[in-house]
Ligand binder design. Structure first.
Ligand SMILES: NC(=O)c1ccc[n+]([C@@H]2O[C@H](COP(=O)([O-])OP(=O)(O)OC[C@H]3O[C@@H](n4cnc5c(N)ncnc54)[C@H](OP(=O)(O)O)[C@@H]3O)[C@@H](O)[C@H]2O)c1
Length: 245
């Protein structure tokens, strides 16, 4: 990892949901590239661990706690971080099960945490990016928003919404220099509780396995960087070929 100092960072990258899984891997990867990373999540203990891991590698990071289902918390996060150059809308939760088992509060909570959170974070942070004339927003979509998965109707709809917002935001903000793209991962090993489900879904991919979080973080880091300077409005599938078939 490259060591960064106060004067040589590429800028500030906010990664939501960076206390676990894909977000944690993305925060480490972006810090390694030279971004000063704002590690966001709800669990302060795991947030401190991610910051310590970044600093141990010579990177720069700080933790900000916020429950993104709560708009007051969300606004507090936006105020705390100020201006950002990269926004990774990664925070989210999944729910799989029979449609008849999901009640109305559960349905609303999926959309509040996965969709409304990203919408209002972009609304809060994009004006400064557009004013500067540059920035990169990366939204976390999913293969579950592209193909039909039994038990995934509500979760898949939140992820299809992320892909849709990506295209609309690209149309709205790219003329002012802000690129907006999404990553649509296949099954990824994040929390241990999901291992059996990821094993099963992984077998349905062309590569015959689930992904490690680093394999998704690599693509996020690419989209954040100037190497992706001609990419906007894309939903990049990183799913072992699952949606190709
Ligand atoms: N794993 C997969 O197979 C897969 C596949 C496709 C897409 N995705 C998407 O990728 C993203 C990350 O998934 P993951 O598997 O890495 O999940 P994870 O390990 O469960 O981590 C989720 C992260 O989001 C945060 N978070 C969730 N809801 C939040 C809320 N309301 N407010 C604030 N923070 C919240 C969590 O914070 P705390 O833990 O600190 O509370 C945690 O940092 C999600 O959007 C998910 O839908 C995952």
């Amino acid at each position: 990892m490259n060591a960064s100092t106060a004067t040589d960072t590429l800028g500030t990258a906010l990664v939501t949901g960076a206390t676990s899984g894909i977000g944690r891997a993305a925060a480490l990867r972006l810090a390694g590239d030279g971004w000063e990373v704002v590690v966001h999540g709800r669990n302060a203990g795991r947030g401190a661990e991610v910051v310590a891991a970044i600093e141990a590698e010579g990177g720069r990071a700080r933790f900000v706690r916020a429950d993104l289902s709560n708009l007051e918390d969300l606004n507090h996060l936006a105020e705390e971080v100020g201006e950002v150059d990269v926004l990774v809308n990664n925070a989210g939760a999944s729910w799989f099960g029979p449609t008849t088992d999901l009640d109305s509060p559960g349905f609303d909570s999926l959309f509040e945490g996965n969709v409304r959170s990203a919408y209002f974070l972009v609304a809060a942070l994009v004006p400064a990016m557009a004013k500067k004339g540059r920035g990169s927003i990366i939204n976390m979509a999913s293969m579950a928003g592209i193909v039909g998965l039994a038990g995934g109707a509500a979760y898949g709809a939140t992820k299809a919404a992320m892909a849709s917002m990506t295209r609309s935001w690209a149309a709205e903000f790219s003329p002012r220099g802000v690129r907006v793209n999404a990553v649509a991962p296949g099954p990824v090993y994040s929390t241990p509780e999901q291992t059996v489900r990821i094993d099963g879904l992984g077998k349905t991919t062309l590569l015959g396995r689930g992904a490690q979080p680093d394999e998704i973080a690599e693509v996020i880091a690419f989209l954040a960087s100037d190497k992706a300077s001609y990419m906007t409005g894309s939903v990049v599938v990183v799913d072992g070929g699952r949606t190709a078939i």
